[in-house]
Design a protein around this ligand. Structure first.
Ligand SMILES: [Zn+2]
Ligand SMILES: [Zn+2]
Length: 333
């Protein structure tokens, strides 16, 4: 199973300003002073091996969308945030036709559906789109966001064969050679998490979920939902302090809660997701460092790993690793 993160930002798409990019270029050139950087190969090695993630890259600004490649010819997609448009571009470039796209929706807040009107494969009559969700009224909600005066093209313009499947917790959905189950989550208007099992591997997509005090109870049902997963994609735009302070009841969770739940349920890899739209790259990098500090029990914040995907080993068993998802991240399970 390959997991492609197409959108990892929460609430609203964010784009870097010209000044933010200029600052990255300046920081990179400062770091390159005095180095032997003549060939492209030397420059690329320097960028990937020596520069930290926030200097050379960007955490990403598209809202939630994940493509799970299970090896099936059909597409398994989680949420339709603005990251869905990035996925659509790739699909169109490959000239995919006659495909079936299963799109599982966590809920209908804008950041999770706003990419759907820009999903080009939905306009091709040869394709089939199946929207899955736990809410009643999927069709009504998706039609509403493409209604005048909010959007110039009506839902009926979508030429693909479109259907809607409403599921209940406990249902087992068989698509893309995988088993998908859903879990109702605590969020304004409710949200649904999805567990995907394919051969020996399991991953859980759990976004927009607030874990309250109940999460500390021994028999917290969520633990069974995520238990033993190879990957847990976990909504944590907040610090612990924020999650029990002024952002309580906003419907999201903290990094500390993510690590605790993953540890208690033997989750192998934890991917922090749904980044705060107000957070700069610097903020997210610091947040990442402090999350690892908590994971490893270190007295000092653990800096971003160099090179490659930011990740940190855990000395206490589970999760083996905590990473912060970013747009463009691909992971093999
Ligand atoms: Zn959201
Ligand atoms: Zn939401």
């Amino acid at each position: 199973m390959f997991v492609h993160f197409k959108g990892t930002r929460g609430s609203i798409p964010t784009a870097p300003t010209a000044q933010e990019i200029e600052e990255k270029v300046i920081a990179s050139m400062m770091a390159a002073r005095g180095k032997e950087l003549r060939s492209e190969r030397q420059i690329r090695e320097f960028v990937y091996d020596k520069l930290n993630f926030r200097t050379r890259a960007y955490w990403g600004g598209n809202t939630p969308c994940i493509h799970v490649d299970t090896g099936s010819a059909d597409y398994l997609i989680l949420d339709g945030g603005s990251g869905l448009r990035a996925l659509a571009k790739e699909i169109m470039a490959k000239k995919v036709s006659g495909a079936t796209f299963h799109i599982f929706l966590s809920h209908f807040h804008y950041d999770h559906i706003q990419g759907i009107p820009f999903f080009a494969p939905a306009y091709a009559p040869s394709n089939r789109i199946v929207f899955h969700g736990g809410h009643e009224g999927i069709e009504k909600f998706l039609r509403a966001q493409m209604r005048e005066p909010f959007f110039p093209i009506s839902f009926d313009t979508l030429g693909a064969e479109i259907s809607f499947e409403e599921h209940k917790p406990g249902d087992v959905i068989e698509v893309c050679d995988s088993r998908v189950t859903l879990f109702q989550q605590n969020h304004p208007g409710l949200s649904y998490g999805y567990r995907i099992e394919n051969q020996e591997k399991a991953m859980v997509y759990s976004t927009d979920c607030e874990h309250t005090n109940e999460a500390h109870s021994k028999n917290y049902p969520y633990l069974d939902f995520i238990r033993g997963a190879d990957l847990l994609i976990f909504d944590a735009p907040f610090t612990l302090y924020q999650s029990i302070g002024n952002r309580e009841h906003w419907g999201h969770s903290s990094n500390v809660m993510g690590v605790e739940l993953a540890a208690r349920a033997d989750v192998k890899k934890l991917a922090i997701f749904h980044h705060d739209p107000n957070a700069t790259d610097e903020n997210i990098s610091e947040f990442c460092a402090h999350t690892r500090k908590f994971l490893t029990g270190s007295r000092h914040a653990v800096r971003e790993s160099i090179p490659g995907i930011p990740g940190a080993p855990s000395p206490r068993g589970f999760p083996h690793e905590v990473l912060f998802a970013y747009d463009g991240l691909t992971m093999e399970l």
